[in-house]
Write a protein that binds this ligand. Structure first.
Ligand SMILES: Cc1cc2nc3c(=O)[nH]c(=O)nc-3n(C[C@H](O)[C@H](O)[C@H](O)COP(=O)(O)OP(=O)(O)OC[C@H]3O[C@@H](n4cnc5c(N)ncnc54)[C@H](O)[C@@H]3O)c2cc1C
Length: 635
């Protein structure tokens, strides 16, 4: 029941809109994809974001700062600072070296429970490194920008059982998503290290499709050492600065507003609806004003927002969290709620990592006069040696861009690989080695969603933002555990037929001490999936929503993000999640023009009309995504 004390959010008055077309929770790349698609089609959209805007251009990649482009290792600290670990088990809250006189809980089962410390979390089945990022742009303000397609037949979800229809749908969606986020495989073509790694691996594995890692970025100028890394800001485009723009059909942009520091708390159902469920209101809290009052559920900070459709795109953890807080499912009592499969069958990516220092032979070949090299290469090496040859033992220019290479997953070798140099929350090189000869190898395995693997939300325990505390129950499945063993297989053998990390690593260099091949803490890939799984009609019993991302039996509630992906996947998921969001946005637009009906298993899904996405691929369309607009920012 709506709380009679709560008012409508002042934004209704300010915008002079009684009922928004669409409400979106979460401002990351997926919320941005929904917003851009719908606003450019003329619909009005209100978005709320729990975090603050902490880049000058809303939702921009923080790595674009010159400081981090000059020293990528410094960015490790930024990533660490923006990640909040989701669930910390009790054992990690015990401090054996604490002075004996300090306060300690009388009951050892009741230890500290703030900031993700979770006395309900098992140690053996946690995703110990799973984390969230709060802020405008979400995780895309620090991501690596790897944007590969999913492998058909394994990773790529099946939207249409007829194979040619499915292929056509994915082709359309991937082309559009790639254009919207600005993915490219050519931005590192003029990097010496990139070519050294690429050629060494292509020579060693000629049949494995070794290629440049697709990255959402563009080089600022030919020959420049700097790239502009893309983020949700690229998806928003000029939405924040050009509210009156018209699309090719002459339709003016709809109203768009992003409320930051605003928590989407829960949804309120329309109790008059008898066929299925319909969200009537979203309850939000103004976190800035919440600092000024003593109680929550207070008409000064808690408000209702009314819209025709509601989209939850708050990341794979917070999306089910908001739904759980609405009483729809996945709470620790595990009562059969109206979304019975919420946060069931979660997936993640077992991840192997190592770092190598390039082989002497590979480095020596860089300026070997007997090996023909393109003019840009020779020019760069000669210029470097002329200026620094007396002091620098390496023939690699200081600002030579890093390598960015991948060996794509295949059905025989179901893991995704990144052979590159980039900043993560770990793998900092430190002052001892020259980063120019270091290459990181990251191999991402897969996991299928099984009912034993799930997330629950504790109603009696809140996270630091006042939302129910997530608890993981997750163990790798036997089938994919075996695959990860193969991924790391034969650590010390040099079996040419394998694509194991060690073989790949050995082709390039020698291990960095402490960075030998190792599995990382579960969750570290930050690619949690399956928390709000999509499914075909026959899969209703094991999914949360249909392939329009509309929650089963709901009229007007949609989910977005990596949680919607129902398949096992090793590749980075954001591009695919954008595809699913673009498809879903079309369904919302269609319903806004007609009427919303509940998602039912019998509904016949239709291909996304090419006209819905033509703006993403038609350079003559005013809304065509342009990424190369260089932004010089000064105070
Ligand atoms: C180090 C690192 C490297 C990565 N590399 C890659 C990569 O190379 N390729 C790739 O595909 N992916 C990568 N990722 C993951 C990628 O960033 C995510 O897949 C992507 O950002 C997900 O988009 P999203 O919009 O669904 O969620 P998010 O980006 O998580 O955004 C969700 C937003 O919702 C907000 N929110 C949460 N709760 C609420 C609430 N109650 N009310 C209102 N707002 C709320 C959050 O604050 C957040 O801003 C990486 C991530 C990290 C951290």
């Amino acid at each position: 029941m709506p709380n009679k004390d709560l008012h409508f959010h002042p934004i209704h008055r300010e915008a002079n809109i009684e009922e928004f077309d669409v409400f979106i929770a979460g401002s990351g790349p997926i919320g941005a994809t929904y917003a851009r698609s719908l606003v450019d089609a003329g619909f009005n959209v209100l978005m709320v974001e729990i975090g603050d805007q902490d880049t000058r251009i809303p939702a921009e990649h923080k790595k674009n700062e010159i400081e981090y482009q000059k020293d990528i290792d410094r960015f490790v600290k930024v990533i660490q600072a923006t990640l909040s670990v989701v669930s910390i088990p009790r054992s990690q809250t015990i401090v054996p070296t604490l002075g004996p006189a300090a306060w300690t809980a009388a009951d050892p089962n009741k230890m500290f429970i703030t900031n993700g410390r979770n006395s309900f979390q098992g140690e053996h089945n946690n995703l110990g490194a799973e984390a969230v990022t709060r802020g405008v742009g979400g995780m895309s303000t620090h991501w690596t920008c790897a944007t590969p397609e999913f492998l058909k037949g394994l990773e790529r979800p099946i939207i249409f059982t007829e194979p040619s229809a499915d292929d056509a749908e994915w082709r359309l969606l991937y082309n559009s998503a790639r254009s919207l986020i600005g993915t490219s495989e050519t931005q590192f073509n003029h990097s010496i290290r990139h070519n050294v790694v690429l050629e060494a691996l292509q020579k060693a594995y000629p049949d494995r499709g070794v290629k440049a890692l697709p990255l959402a970025c563009h080089r600022l100028a030919e020959g420049s050492p700097y790239v502009q890394w893309h983020a949700a800001s690229n998806v928003y485009g000029d939405m924040f600065t050009n509210p009156t723009k018209q699309n090719k059909q002459g339709v003016k942009r709809g109203y768009f507003k992003l409320l930051t520091n605003t928590r989407c708390t829960r949804f309120e159902l329309d109790s008059s609806i008898t066929n299925g469920h319909k969200v009537a209101l979203a309850e939000v809290q103004d976190l800035l004003d919440a600092r000024l009052v003593s109680e929550s559920n207070n008409p000064e900070i808690d408000f209702y927002i009314k819209a025709k459709a509601y989209v939850v795109a708050a990341g794979a953890v917070a999306t089910p969290q908001i739904l759980a807080n609405s009483g729809f499912g996945a709470t620790n009592d595990r009562v059969k709620h109206i979304i019975p499969n919420l946060a069931n069958r979660i997936t993640e990516q077992p991840m192997a990592f190592c770092q190598i220092a390039l082989l002497q032979t590979l480095v020596d070949e860089i300026d070997d006069p007997n090996i023909p090299r393109p003019p840009w290469w020779t020019r760069a090496v000669e210029a470097h040696k002329r200026e620094f040859g007396k002091v620098d033992p390496l023939p690699i220019p200081f600002r030579d861009p890093e390598p960015q290479v991948t060996i794509p997953a295949s059905l025989e070798r179901p893991w995704h690989t990144q052979i590159h140099r980039d900043a993560f929350s770990y793998g900092e090189v430190g002052p001892t080695l020259d980063s120019r000869i270091v290459v990181d190898l990251r191999f991402f395995g897969m996991q299928a969603g099984v009912p034993e693997n799930r997330m629950t939300f504790q109603t009696q325990l809140k996270d630091e933002y006042g939302m129910p505390q997530p608890t993981f129950e997750y163990k790798p499945t036997p089938k994919y555990a075996e695959e990860t063993q193969r991924m790391m297989e034969e650590m010390t053998t040099d079996n040419e037929t394998l694509n194991s990390m060690t073989n790949v690593a050995n082709k390039l260099g020698a291990y960095l001490p402490k960075s030998e091949p190792q599995f990382m803490t579960p969750g570290l890939a930050l690619h949690l999936g399956g928390t709000t799984r999509l499914g075909l009609g026959e899969d209703k019993d094991i999914s949360v929503a249909n392939f329009n991302s509309q929650i089963w039996n709901f009229h007007n509630l949609f989910v977005g993000g990596n949680g919607t992906i129902p398949t096992p996947f090793g590749a980075n998921p954001t591009l695919t999640s954008m595809c699913l969001a673009m498809r879903s946005a079309q369904k919302i637009a269609e319903s806004l023009r007609g009427s919303f009906s509940p998602a039912l298993p019998t509904e016949v899904l239709r291909p996304t009309p090419a006209s819905w996405l033509s703006w993403t691929t038609d350079p003559a369309d005013p809304n065509f995504p342009v990424h190369t607009r260089t932004v010089h920012r000064r105070v």
